[in-house]
Ligand binder design. Structure first.
Ligand SMILES: Cc1cc2nc3c(=O)[nH]c(=O)nc-3n(C[C@H](O)[C@H](O)[C@H](O)COP(=O)(O)OP(=O)(O)OC[C@H]3O[C@@H](n4cnc5c(N)ncnc54)[C@H](O)[C@@H]3O)c2cc1C
Length: 447
């Protein structure tokens, strides 16, 4: 435990070092998410920092990190704080707000990589790439999150059934370690491998070099309704290799047990789909940039005890997968969550974890495919005590089924079983943590 920080001493030392640290503004804290450094999307955890650091470039970021390390102050990296468990919050420490670090390198026509600073949002990156008809291959349903904040957890999206999580797009990283060093790392370097989905335990991602793909926003999509879960999983399995199913969105309506969604591909004359068991609607042209992203909207207003689960799935066995999804459904219903999930929950498929070897901490299942189910209920504050035991029951069930939690949800230390979460990657991760973040001051609370 580090001694409590005296805010006046800290701010005076920061001013002397010409670093952008300021006390949290009382009006911002009172207003809550998204502007408050004491709150996150979940609106359940409140942690009040003594100061907020707002570096404007990578050099200043490195100087801030070195300064906080030297001052022995706990600090957390914050992108847009779209987690629900206080992951980007700290009591009595410093919030390192990365939104000011949002430069996007000019993408050159002959090169499919782009260098983007960690605080840029995916929406900003898409806007910068659009004139070149390029885009990130995988986008989550929320483009208002930062590149750094999503690469620090994984990033599952509507192309993950074919391309894996967003961390698979990363070709290089610049990581700032607690000593203030800016380190350029690539696949195979442990600092690279264990920074992806590593929740900033080893360093702060300052920038990433991402592979992009050529595509327009012109999506040809067809709605699909699946009355049976096994039919949905049968079709989801076939989408993994279908050129007509570049994009798959599906949501389970928990009370009814039905799945609705859309499937499509980019460009004129999109390729045909394989024969499906779901009921297909007519083809429509969709502007992916307009339709592709959630919120902010009224569904973002209530407290959200999110629990995002990753459960094993054998694509060749739709009946077995349906039984597991049905077991999850029973728990969601027993927890009383269905009324608070008016939009249902997304269900995404991933290919076998072994296909994405350079991100050992990503919440994938080694050698097995997985279903990713983000359960993000909108729960009035008064109802939280009633539903929380059921949420925790689902977390335990997930581990018992051989699954993992996606570490962006409501998360008490006792809910996260790191042995089951990262398996054989835990020992090397701990060794790297001792080397790069020896005092544990940077993003405390996980390792
Ligand atoms: C409405 C909604 C929809 C969502 N949809 C999806 C989805 O479709 N797919 C999906 O995968 N996820 C989804 N999420 C989850 C979201 O992608 C993650 O919570 C992601 O972490 C948000 O990015 P952020 O910028 O808000 O990160 P933050 O919440 O600010 O940070 C996340 C974690 O990473 C750390 N961190 C932040 N920046 C850095 C950095 N530069 N270097 C090192 N560590 C850092 C923080 O300390 C924290 O532990 C959704 C969330 C919401 C609220």
């Amino acid at each position: 435990m580090s001694p409590p920080v005296d805010p006046r001493d800290l701010l005076a030392a920061a001013a002397a070092a010409d670093l952008p640290l300021a006390p949290p503004r009382a009006d911002a804290v009172a207003a809550g998410f998204p502007g408050s450094p004491a709150h996150d999307f979940g609106k359940i955890v409140t942690r009040v920092p003594v100061a907020v650091a707002t570096p404007r470039d990578r050099d200043e970021l490195a100087r801030c990190v070195a300064f906080l390390g030297a001052q022995q102050v706990p600090f957390v990296a914050r992108g847009t704080a779209h987690g629900s468990g206080g992951q980007a919050l700290v009591d009595g420490g410093v919030v390192l707000d990365l939104r000011g670090l949002a430069a996007i390198g000019a993408p050159s026509p002959g090169d499919d990589d782009v260098v983007v600073e960690a605080g840029a949002t995916w929406a900003e990156l898409c806007d910068a790439l659009r004139p070149l008809s390029r885009a990130p291959a995988v986008l989550t349903s929320n483009w208002h999150t930062t590149v750094g904040g999503t690469l620090a957890v994984g990033g599952f999206g509507d192309a993950s059934h074919q391309k894996g999580p967003q961390v698979t797009m990363v070709r290089a990283l610049e990581v700032v370690t607690l000593d203030g060093a800016r380190r350029e790392v690539r696949e195979g370097d442990p600092l690279f491998d264990f920074s992806l989905a590593g929740r900033g335990q080893l360093g702060i991602i300052a920038a990433a070099r991402l592979a992009t793909v050529t595509r327009s926003d012109d999506l040809r999509a067809r709605g699909v309704v699946w009355e049976r879960l096994d039919h949905f999983l049968h079709d989801l399995a076939s989408f993994a290799t279908s050129a007509g199913a570049e994009i798959v969105r599906a949501r389970i309506a928990w009370a009814r047990g039905r799945v609705r969604g859309a499937v499509g591909a980019f460009g004129a004359g999109a390729p045909r789909l394989p024969p499906l068991l779901g009921r297909l609607g007519a083809e429509t042209r969709v502007d992916y940039a307009e339709a592709g992203t959630e919120g902010p909207n009224r569904h973002w207003e209530a407290p959200c005890p999110a629990l995002e689960v990753v459960i094993p799935w054998e694509p060749a066995d739709p009946a077995g997968g349906a039984a597991r999804l049905e077991a999850l459904r029973e728990r969601v219903l027993a927890a009383g969550l269905a009324p608070y999930l008016p939009l249902g929950s997304a269900v995404m498929g991933t290919g076998p974890g072994a296909r994405w070897p350079h991100a050992p901490l990503a919440p994938l299942l080694a050698g097995s495919s997985a279903l990713v189910v983000p359960i993000r209920p909108e729960v009035p504050a008064a109802a939280l005590p009633r539903v929380m035991p059921g949420v925790k029951d689902i977390a335990r069930w997930t581990y018992d089924e051989g699954g993992k939690l996606y570490l962006v949800g409501v998360e008490a230390a006792e809910d996260v079983d790191l042995e089951r979460q990262v398996g054989p990657a835990l020992a090397p991760w701990r060794e790297l943590h001792a080397r790069y973040n020896p005092s544990g001051l940077m993003n405390p609370g996980l390792l």
